[in-house]
Design a protein around this ligand. Structure first.
Ligand code: 6PG
Length: 247
């Protein structure tokens, strides 16, 4: 994988604007090329300003009718729970943009732990199989990073997966301490484009360590799309001493 593109914006709002512009531009390019745009979204707080901009400013200037949304990870709580990643996206933009309901694929939260992982894996196989792909190759995967270097719900210090070829994993705990489902590295690193977004001073240390190659072993440092582009999108506070590049 080539070196990641690093974008640094002055403020969280400018970061959200850039994230929204890139998301929409990528969607239009992908729809023009293949007729669809298939993306996986993360949760947490960082993407919410970007997601809200999608709902406020891109109701029409985005090919929602050709967009298929999946989730990178999900906490096993009801979608109405404030910890729910899908629930947050629903509030931030899904309830206001014209995306067809059958093109929105939240992770299942109402069944046993391992069952949910297997069911979402089967859904990925079905949906990508419809598009002629034996593997889930996302056009765009949005990730965040925790101060401990986790990404998605792939946490440091965890035992290697029993089934490394699994696409969806069931994971105990994390922050918040709740069981989760998460896409695995075998899916993350198959994507055509991956963006990792970080904002705020609290992320500066982990971002600096990862981007300077001093974070071997941290999950976010293992995101390296084999045939795709990796972009880090940072605000000035999270970038610290990391220099951005012209985008
Ligand atoms: C989750 C997220 C997770 C998130 C990081 C950063 O479900 O917890 O997908 O991977 O991206 O924890 O979270 P913040 O954006 O809240 O700092």
């Amino acid at each position: 994988m080539a070196s990641p593109l690093i974008i640094v914006e002055n403020s969280p709002h400018e970061l959200a604007q850039t994230a929204a512009e890139r998301f929409v531009r990528t969607a239009k390019q992908q729809v023009a090329a293949t007729g669809r745009f298939v993306a996986a979204l993360s949760g947490g707080t960082t993407p919410r300003p970007f997601h809200r901009l999608l709902g406020q400013c891109y109701k029409t200037d985005m090919p929602w009718d050709r967009t298929h949304l999946f989730w990178v990870d999900e906490r096993l709580v009801p979608y109405s729970d404030e910890r729910s990643n899908f629930g947050a996206a629903k509030a931030d933009f899904l309830d206001t943009v014209p995306i067809p309901g059958d093109q929105v694929h939240p992770m299942p939260v109402n069944r046993p732990f391992d069952t949910g992982a297997a069911d979402y894996q089967a859904l990925l196989a079905r949906e990508f199989g419809r598009w002629g792909s034996a593997y889930p190759v996302f056009d765009y995967i949005e990730l965040g990073v925790g101060i401990d270097g986790h990404t998605a719900s792939l946490f440091p210090g965890r035992a290697p997966e029993r089934n490394p070829s699994a696409w969806v994993l069931a994971v105990r705990g994390g922050d918040p301490p709740v069981d989760r489902l998460t896409l695995s590295f075998s899916v993350l690193n198959r994507a055509r484009r991956v963006s990792i977004t970080a904002a705020g001073r609290a992320k500066a240390d982990v971002v600096g360590r990862i981007l300077s190659g001093r974070a071997a072993g941290l999950p976010a440092a293992a995101v390296a799309p084999v045939n795709g582009e990796l972009t880090w999108m940072l605000d000035a506070a999270a970038a610290g001493s990391v220099n951005g590049q012209p985008r």
